[in-house]
Design a protein around this ligand. Structure first.
Ligand code: HGY
Ligand code: MN
Ligand code: MN
Length: 419
């Protein structure tokens, strides 16, 4: 599998240099993301896979099995990246799916095995994550296609520029897969610190993405006494500090990553500030507490500064437990391959969380993130041998799920399997 892992790394290098910046920058539903899909499609066609795209441009590459009517085995991830991204986030899961399909070609497959690439998982361009997988599952928010990016281009326009149509609101997961598997970099330090090459994910963090607007009163920076201002940026600052302190007292996390100030000149008191708030927690009650805390802090900040606060939740995904049978299958494969592995939770959101929330048996594998767990930065890195190990575990698990080794419907995990 080391050869496959090295080929996967080579393909990640080719994807990394798309676009013009010295790091990955493939915005969702952009030309650069489209270029990445075209490159991956070429690789998948030359591997003899049957290519199809769905309404929003998610890519499906099929290795056909004997039983075309049986639920398929899907594996994959996303190809878009954050603005200053690395090589591995998302793309590793797609090139790994291609490697597994290539390895299984020529086998007597029961179920079809499908390599999948989802659109716009990162969500920073239009403000909501996991667009492609949510569209597939019928989980788009009302009015979501009218959301515009910083240049005023809406989701709808971005789709039509790519030759895509308006997706049906109920999604198109009629032919539910038997399982979905996603290989991903951990994006944290746990596996590397433990010296364990393989992570088997048991749950995915819950995420609530908010947009907040503080409306104050513009005024001259020199002639307005401090006690007679309605400074929108001062309100935002109160909120940000309060939110950081509140989150630090919980097991959750809170991040303000975007902020815009109007009118944005140094000698005018800010009249409007628009900012994002990304709240995450492993348990639903913790997430609710963080959300409630945000609402209260926003109101307090507005009151203290004489501003108005408007808070809207753009999108949220509940904490998701992954499939116990798939955890067993993945851990059994790791044991048989004598690969050290560890179960862990994901602090990052993934398409796997959306697919799982739609009721599909879903599993995730992690490889260690080196450089202290760096991710969403160009320094993102993992170990080639760890990729090889993950490919071996993924291939063995997919083989079994596709029922190559046994009867079509009876291959179930051995309940007494070692953990
Ligand atoms: O934000 C996340 O957790 C993921 O990288 N989209
Ligand atoms: Mn990702
Ligand atoms: Mn990411």
């Amino acid at each position: 599998m080391v050869v496959a892992a090295k080929r996967a790394r080579g393909r990640l290098d080719q994807l990394f240099v798309l676009g013009e910046s010295p790091h990955a920058c493939r915005p969702g539903l952009s030309d650069v993301e489209e270029h990445a899909f075209s490159l991956v499609e070429r690789w998948m066609r030359s591997a003899g896979l049957e290519i199809s795209y769905d309404a929003v441009g998610n890519l499906f590459a099929r290795l056909l099995g004997r039983s075309r009517g049986s639920p398929e085995v899907w594996l994959g991830s996303h190809l878009d990246t954050v603005p200053g991204g690395g090589r591995f986030d998302g793309a590793l899961g797609v090139v790994a799916a291609l490697e597994v399909a290539e390895r299984l070609r020529g086998n007597d497959l029961g179920r079809s095995v499908v390599a999948v690439a989802f659109r716009d998982e990162e969500g920073w361009r239009f403000g909501r994550s996991c667009f492609g997988s949510r569209a597939l599952c019928g989980l788009l928010e009302r009015g979501e296609l009218d959301a515009a990016d910083a240049d005023g281009i809406t989701v709808r326009e971005a789709l039509s520029r790519l030759g895509r149509s308006e997706p049906p609101s109920h999604g198109w997961l009629e032919r539910r897969p038997a399982a979905f598997l996603e290989l991903h970099v951990e994006q944290g330090p746990v596996l590397a610190q433990a010296g364990v090459p393989l992570g088997i994910v048991n749950s995915i963090v819950g995420i609530s993405e908010f947009s907040l607007t503080f409306d104050g009163r513009a005024g001259h920076a020199g002639t307005n006494p401090m006690g007679r201002r309605a400074d929108a940026l001062s309100a935002a600052a109160n909120l940000i500090v309060g939110l950081q302190q509140a989150a630090a007292r919980t097991h959750g996390v809170a991040t303000v990553g975007q902020l815009s100030v109007s009118p944005g000149t140094s000698n005018v008191i800010p009249s409007r500030v628009v900012l994002s708030a990304d709240l995450r927690a492993a348990h639903a009650n913790e997430l609710r507490e963080l959300e409630q805390c945000l609402l209260e802090l926003a109101q307090e900040a507005a009151t203290v500064t004489g501003c108005e606060a408007h808070v809207s939740r753009r999108w949220h995904s509940e904490p998701t437990r992954l499939s116990a049978p798939l955890i067993q299958r993945l851990s059994r494969a790791a044991e048989e391959l004598e690969l050290p592995w560890q179960e862990l939770a994901s602090g990052a959101g993934h398409d796997a969380g959306i697919i799982a929330s739609a009721g599909v048996d879903t599993g995730m594998l992690f490889v260690p993130s080196l450089n202290g767990g760096a991710s969403h930065v160009p320094e993102e890195d993992t170990d080639t041998l760890a990729i090889a190990d993950a490919l071996a575990a993924l291939t063995l698990t997919v083989r079994r799920l596709a029922n190559i080794d046994g009867d079509l419907e009876t291959a179930v995990p051995n309940p007494g399997g070692k953990r």
